[in-house]
Ligand binder design. Structure first.
Ligand code: FES
Length: 580
């Protein structure tokens, strides 16, 4: 990749506000000076936004104000003017109905804040799951120089001498309580041990996956993804990120220069190698849409099919992000992919260097955590994209988190019409279900829930757990947490709420799954399927206003990234008018 830096010095965008002696120039500068900013800070130097998803309602990002101070040090040091600002922060652990419903709102907030303000570049401060894609989406649509710094993962959870992985252990313990293998008191005791420090989930869940995706895309400095939140090197990373964005502005190195088709191919392959979250599928499709790169669901299957999962982290494996960092972190994985001919080494990164230049000379310090390519947890670590009459627009499964014996299976459908129906009946011992059945959950897609909740890994019926069975096939139009596991088929499209075939599955129907053949089939005749689809009626909704109305009206399918139809693409940085 050949990138030609812009001439420097030159007049920057921020000078449209701050340069000159007009009434408006004075107005823009004067009010800023109420913060005690000396006059020479408006002399034409790069003005850098620090776009912060800090929030006490997003505990994974609650330390980002502190980290932002380190970014400011770096920006000042490099001769820029840092201006920190908050944006809506979709926190995974608390926000209802689901943080995913607000990813696009956050992206809109970011986009308009960047375009409307006198900024020449931006540092995107993220951590919790949706914050990373949201800020990348917003920045991509404006296309001013941008760089990510993540908050980093929490320290390992510790309980009774064992490591406790965020989310993964919660799902396991919840099932253990249902099966009688753990008491409720033990579960409550373990709660105290799960989240021991600031930071995001310590598993290879969605937050760690998206931090890795940002690094693999080239949008973060090398090594950013894995540094623990409380390690002093996280602060160093923030500091040098602040320095770097100033030079990116001088060079005019933009997201569209970095997030090319090659960068997305690198990220997809990296996701297979790290055993990353299925949520990355939706987020990368949405980010690609903003930067106008042609990326499809099928790219995930084609590019990831022969990538072994070489990172032995929960939920696919056994270690946590701390060990991943100590082993060398993502650069080691990227180096393995490069050496195996699976990475475009010439893809550009925020450093101004190529990704192969960034990772030259890295070493693996623990090959039990980051495995050799020929000794992966699975040789097919990517995301499998299934198709058939049940998912004409595709459905996904993460083979590395699934049970090998269920990858080819024919089973009787046990249908739950929505999440309330599931909750009402799942604990009933009279439920007609055994471990050979296939659990089907409808109306949990982008429009159906709304927001596409992480409920696809629905818990098994207690009567089956008590038999020692821990996995069954589950199919839905929902997502699942990146920390979750199981033979779970997700993102079935079109979703049930808009009349996709999933909507007309009935209990007792037979379903055929063959992951190797990428096949998902409802075993009824074409005529019967057509008849059922013709008879299908959408559910009434009483939502006629507010953000939920906007969301339900404009969200696209999971196979297209679940972005709003009117937000796809890059609209650039031009504002058009002055404020007065
Ligand atoms: Fe925020 Fe997992 S809940 S990163």
């Amino acid at each position: 990749m050949t990138f030609k830096p812009a001439e420097w010095p030159r007049k920057l965008r921020s000078q449209e506000w701050y340069g000159g002696t007009s009434r408006d120039n004075i107005y823009h500068r004067s009010w800023m000076k109420n913060q005690g900013l000396p006059a020479d800070l408006f002399d034409g130097r790069p003005v850098i936004g620090i776009c912060n998803t800090w929030s006490e309602l997003t505990p994974c990002n609650a330390h980002l104000r502190d980290l932002a101070e380190r970014v400011k040090h770096g920006i000042y040091e490099a001769g820029g003017l840092p201006l920190e600002f908050p944006v809506f922060s979709p926190g995974e652990s608390s926000l209802r109905p689901t943080a995913m419903m607000y990813r696009n709102m956050c992206a809109m907030d970011v986009e308009e804040a960047l375009r409307g303000n006198p900024l020449d570049g931006v540092v995107l401060m993220v951590g919790c799951d949706k914050t990373t894609p949201a800020l990348l989406m917003g920045a991509a649509s404006v296309d001013i120089p941008a760089i990510i710094v993540t908050g980093g993962p929490m320290l390992n959870g510790k309980w009774r001498g064992t490591d406790v992985g965020s989310g993964t252990a919660l799902w396991q313990m919840s099932e253990a309580v249902k099966s009688g293998d753990m008491t409720q008191d033990e579960f409550l005791e373990a709660e105290q041990s799960m989240s021991r420090s600031p930071g995001s989930c310590n598993t290879m869940g969605t937050a760690s996956t998206m931090a890795s995706m940002a690094e693999a895309l080239g949008m973060a400095l090398s090594g950013n993804a894995a540094i623990p939140a409380v390690d002093s090197r996280r602060r160093v990373m923030a500091h040098v990120t602040g320095r770097r964005i100033v030079d990116m502005v001088k060079d005019d190195l933009k997201p569209s220069d970095i997030m090319t088709r090659k960068a997305f191919e690198n990220a997809i392959r990296t996701n297979g190698a790290i055993g990353g979250s299925t949520n990355a599928v939706i987020h990368l499709l949405a980010i690609a849409g903003r930067v106008e790169v042609d990326l499809t669901l099928d790219d995930w299957d084609v590019l990831g099919r022969d990538i072994p999962t070489i990172v032995d982290l929960m939920p696919s494996g056994k270690y946590l992000m701390e060990e991943f960092f100590y082993a060398g972190g993502l650069p080691v994985v990227l180096k393995s992919l490069l050496d195996g001919g699976k990475l475009h080494g010439d893809a550009l990164t925020v450093s101004g260097r190529t990704i192969s230049e960034e990772i030259a000379g890295v070493r693996n310090w623990n090959d039990k955590v980051i495995l050799p390519m020929d000794k992966g947890l699975t040789q097919q670590g990517g995301i499998a994209v299934l198709r058939g009459n049940l998912a004409p627009n595709g459905a996904v499964i993460k083979p590395s988190a699934a049970s090998p014996h269920l990858m080819k299976h024919r089973g009787r459908a046990v249908v739950f019409e929505d999440i309330d129906d599931y909750k009402a009946r799942i604990n009933d011992d009279a439920l007609d279900i055994d471990e050979t059945c296939i659990m089907v959950l409808k109306n949990c897609g982008p429009r159906g829930y709304p927001g596409m909740a992480e409920v696809g890994n629905m818990g098994l019926p207690p009567k089956i757990l008590k038999k020692g069975i821990t996995d069954m096939i589950r199919i839905s139009d929902a997502r699942m947490s990146g920390t979750a596991y199981g033979t779970v088929i997700l993102h079935t499209a079109p979703e049930a709420a808009i009349g996709g075939p999933l909507a007309v599955v009935r209990s007792g129907d037979m379903i055929d799954l063959d992951v190797e053949a990428r096949y998902l089939h409802l075993d009824i005749s074409d005529q019967e399927l057509e008849k059922r689809l013709a008879e299908w009626q959408p559910a009434d909704t009483d939502v006629t206003g507010g953000y939920e109305y906007l969301f339900r009206t404009h969200v696209q399918g999971a196979d297209q990234g679940a972005d709003f139809d009117f937000l796809i693409g890059c609209r650039g940085k031009a504002v058009g008018r002055d404020s007065h």
